[in-house]
Design a protein around this ligand. Structure first.
Ligand code: CMP
Length: 160
């Protein structure tokens, strides 16, 4: 099964939206493989946001993301990267579709509540940046059989 990194950002923590956001991912059927609260270090954030280093908002982004603790999660599921990005919505909260996390709770481009990896490769890189191996859990979820068809589970088995 695919994994993705989700960061519940400082604005969501300050606005008491952590439970709401985690709840949505759980209800969708995604598995929480890892979860912790941490103040993110500027050096890790600089690496994480390297693609934005020439943008005008970069310095402020690093300051905001390291200002108070974030919630970090590694989620797992079939096509998890895509599923989570759809649930999160587009970057600018004002334009994000209603029904998405940003569309329902954000009106900002910076304070957009959640980060979600944008590809499977990036997800693995980001998960390894923020989590140690010992923090990533492998366990059987009892509701797995009610979340996926046997076909979907077979496809996943063949891929491994
Ligand atoms: P994220 O999806 O984590 O990836 C890059 C982040 O930069 C983005 O969410 C926002 O928090 C932030 N961001 C993107 N565009 C802008 C902008 N125009 N001004 C300020 N922050 C931005």
């Amino acid at each position: 099964m695919e994994r993705t990194l989700v960061i519940v950002k400082p604005d969501a923590v300050n606005r008491d939206l952590v439970g709401e956001i985690v709840h949505r991912f759980e209800r969708k059927g995604l598995k929480i493989a890892a979860m912790k609260m941490q103040v993110l270090k500027p050096y890790a954030l600089k690496e994480h946001y390297a693609q934005h280093k020439d943008k005008g908002f970069y310095e402020e982004l690093i300051k905001y993301m390291s200002s108070i603790p974030c919630i970090l999660m590694a989620l797992e599921g079939k096509d998890c990267v895509n599923v989570v990005r759809k649930m999160v919505g587009s970057t600018l909260g004002r334009e994000a579709e209603p029904g998405t996390i940003r569309g329902d709770y954000s009106v900002s481009n910076q304070a957009n509540l959640v980060h979600a990896s944008d590809s499977s490769e990036k997800a693995e890189e980001e998960i390894n940046r923020f989590f140690g191996k010992e923090e990533l859990h492998q366990y059987n979820k009892m509701n797995f059989d009610w979340i996926y068809s046997s076909d979907e589970k077979c496809i996943e088995r063949k891929k491994k």
